[in-house]
Ligand binder design. Structure first.
Ligand SMILES: Cc1cc2nc3c(=O)[nH]c(=O)nc-3n(C[C@H](O)[C@H](O)[C@H](O)COP(=O)(O)O)c2cc1C
Ligand SMILES: *[C@@H]1O[C@H](CO)[C@@H](O)[C@H](O)[C@H]1NC(C)=O
Ligand SMILES: *[C@@H]1O[C@H](CO)[C@@H](O)[C@H](O)[C@H]1NC(C)=O
Ligand SMILES: *[C@@H]1O[C@H](CO)[C@@H](O)[C@H](O)[C@H]1NC(C)=O
Ligand SMILES: *[C@@H]1O[C@H](CO)[C@@H](O)[C@H](O)[C@H]1NC(C)=O
Ligand SMILES: *[C@@H]1O[C@H](CO)[C@@H](O)[C@H](O)[C@H]1NC(C)=O
Length: 382
């Protein structure tokens, strides 16, 4: 009798066990059999950023998961972002003292504990009611940079208030065709204490076509100005005294233009594969800048992002010349647990980076340069 009940309940249990399509992500041995669909899994089950994505997939509605996860068109660039790091080999040197490690760095002159930051991503409120507040506080506690999106769930002032005392944050802005909106937002960013503005220049006028999320929402007008040329860029710089960093640079020519115009930094990015499908990855763009306009790396700071899911991915971008590396989707997914999830994400990622640096014989992030990477498998763009 007892065994019959056991067999029956085992059978039932098997029937409800969650299986998740892992989308070809690395198999980390994640066991979701004890998870219930729609219910937040325990953070203890989570060992890396891919696990975090699967947990978010388990919890979020199909609509909101799609809105975070989607790329543009065939998602060639989205997939290339994830895959490119497997083509770079890391040179690890022995006979080095790695007993004392330093990962802290400066970004635009401000001190941060890590050379990676939380990139601007819209609508954090779809993952958790705390929305951007938990991203801000987690970043503050970990001592890393957070750059909230202008399309956030919370207002500029609410996000500033969620930060810790003295926490340095930058803010992202779009080029709205409504000039008074731009002016209003820039002055509020400054008043709220944000120290720099990342102005996104890769989807002026129009957004990428994102089939995966179009099934749930209409691709409504972005409100972005389509006539954003070099004159408009010059005019934009005059609207604020905050340092401006163009985000979404995808060619060495645009990188060089920004250097000549005297920007303090650029942000190399294909927007997580969400804008121009077919755009190159940051690895390829950085290599292209090295080849055609290497002076960019001495003349300004360069940030980069796209598909960064492992500490080793960040190391590759840093070695190719990035000063800091952005994480887009992972913090958004981690926010299903609120601040605790985001902090766990930061911690796991920092551990991977720290450990890999040690294994490479690198005791300070500022030592990372091209001698640590072998890119022979990557065909140069031009
Ligand atoms: C859900 C989502 C929303 C985003 N919203 C913005 C945005 O409002 N402004 C912006 O400049 N970039 C935005 N991005 C792009 C990110 O800043 C970043 O470039 C990209 O996500 C990095 O790729 P990753 O997600 O593979 O880390 C968004 C990305 C995602 C995934
Ligand atoms: C940043 O760190 C350096 C070195 O640790 C220190 O000298 C400097 O005062 C710090 N700057 C700020 C603004 O905290
Ligand atoms: C433009 O932006 C301003 C400031 O945010 C706002 O008050 C105004 O309604 C906007 N105009 C239009 C036409 O949307
Ligand atoms: C920006 O401001 C500078 C200095 O005030 C001025 O010389 C320049 O003409 C302005 N440029 C634009 C495009 O407004
Ligand atoms: C959101 O985050 C909070 C912690 O900030 C957590 O307690 C809660 O379970 C999370 N999930 C939802 C659905 O709000
Ligand atoms: C990279 O840095 C090391 C020191 O960490 C230095 O010896 C080497 O010359 C540098 N290589 C390049 C290509 O800059």
């Amino acid at each position: 009798m007892l065994s019959l009940v056991l067999i029956l309940s085992l059978h039932l249990w098997n029937a409800i066990a969650v299986t998740i399509d892992m989308e070809g992500l690395p198999d980390t041995g994640l066991d979701t059999s004890s998870w219930t669909q729609g219910i937040l899994p325990p953070l203890d089950d989570i060992y890396d950023l891919n696990d975090i994505q699967m947990a978010a997939k388990n919890v979020l509605s199909a609509k909101y998961y799609a809105s975070y996860r989607t790329g543009a068109l065939n998602e060639y660039t989205y997939q290339a972002n994830l895959g490119i790091y497997s083509k770079v080999r890391l040179n690890g040197f022995s006979f080095r003292d790695v007993s004392s490690m330093k990962t802290s760095t400066t970004i635009l002159g401000y001190n941060f504990s890590q050379p990676f930051f939380i990139a601007p991503a819209a609508e954090a409120g779809h993952a958790n009611k705390s929305a951007e507040a938990s991203l801000a506080s987690a970043a503050g506690k970990a001592g890393i940079l957070y750059v909230p999106s202008i399309s956030s769930t919370l207002s500029i002032e609410e996000i500033a208030a969620a930060g810790l005392n003295g926490q340095v944050m930058f803010h992202q802005e779009y080029i709205w065709s409504n000039k008074s909106k731009v002016l209003d937002e820039l002055s509020r960013m400054k008043a709220a204490g944000f120290k720099a503005v990342f102005v996104t220049v890769d989807n002026t006028g129009i957004n990428g076509i994102r089939t995966r999320s179009m099934r749930y929402t209409d691709g409504s007008d972005t409100g972005h100005a389509a006539n954003f040329d070099l004159n408009a860029l010059a005019a934009f710089r005059n609207l604020t005294t905050l340092p401006i960093v163009p985000k979404g640079i995808k060619t060495w020519q645009d990188a060089l233009t920004c250097l000549k115009l005297g920007f303090p930094a650029i942000y190399v990015s294909n927007h997580g594969g969400r804008i121009l499908d077919g755009a190159p990855t940051s690895v390829e763009i950085l290599m292209d800048i090295r080849k055609n306009a290497a002076e960019v790396f001495n003349g300004m700071e360069v940030y980069a992002d796209g598909g960064v899911r492992r500490g080793t991915d960040a190391i590759i971008l840093l070695a190719l010349g990035a000063r800091a590396v952005g994480l887009g989707r992972p913090p958004m997914f981690a926010n299903i647990w609120g601040e605790a999830g985001v902090m766990r994400m930061i911690d796991l990622f920092a551990q991977e980076m720290y450990t890999s640096m040690q294994l490479m014989g690198v005791s300070n992030v500022n030592q990372l340069n091209t001698s640590y990477v072998n890119t022979n498998q990557i065909v140069p763009l031009s």
